[in-house]
Design a protein around this ligand. Sequence first.
Ligand SMILES: [Zn+2]
Length: 167
Amino acid sequence: MRVIVPALEQGCPAHYALRTEGISHEVFIMEGNHDYGILLKRLWGEGEGFIIVEGDIAPWPTALKHLEECNRLWCGHNYPMALGGEVGVSLGCTKFADDLVQTYPDITLNWDETHWRYLDGAVIGSIAFRTGTECHRHQPPVAHVRSREYGPDNIFVNPVEAYGRDT
Ligand SMILES: [Zn+2]
C-alpha cells in the first residue's frame, strides 16, 4: 500500500522510522497552509487507498502492517496529542482503504480549501458522515514527536554546570 509522509522537512521522524524499518514511502514537503488538504484530495482522486504518516509521527515496527492487513475501510493508530500526552486518533497515522476511496470519490469536496489546522476535522467529519462509521483504532499508540514549543517546558541540563567536572 502506498505510504505518504506529509512533512515540513525531508529529515523528519516518520521518514527515519520508516526508512529504518525498510518501508517504501513518499515524503511530500508542505509549504503552504493548504498543501496538506490539496495533497489528500489529489491522492484520493487517484482512486487507490493509501496510508498517511505525518512527519512528526514515529510508528513502531509493524504498525503500518497492522493497518494494511485490517479489513476495515478506515483505520488509525492513537498517539499522544498536545499537553498532557492524552492519546487520541486524528490523521497522523491513518489508512484509507481502496474500497473507501473508490466508494466515496467525491468525499474530498472542500479539503483543498481547508487550512491544515482544521483538516483533521474536515476529513474525519466527512468520512464519518458519509460512511456512518468511526475510524477503527489500533493499539498500542505510536509516538508523536512534537516540536517543544507545544509541549510542557523542557529542562536542559548541562552536566558540567550541574555537577562540576572531576578534578
Ligand atoms: Zn483496523
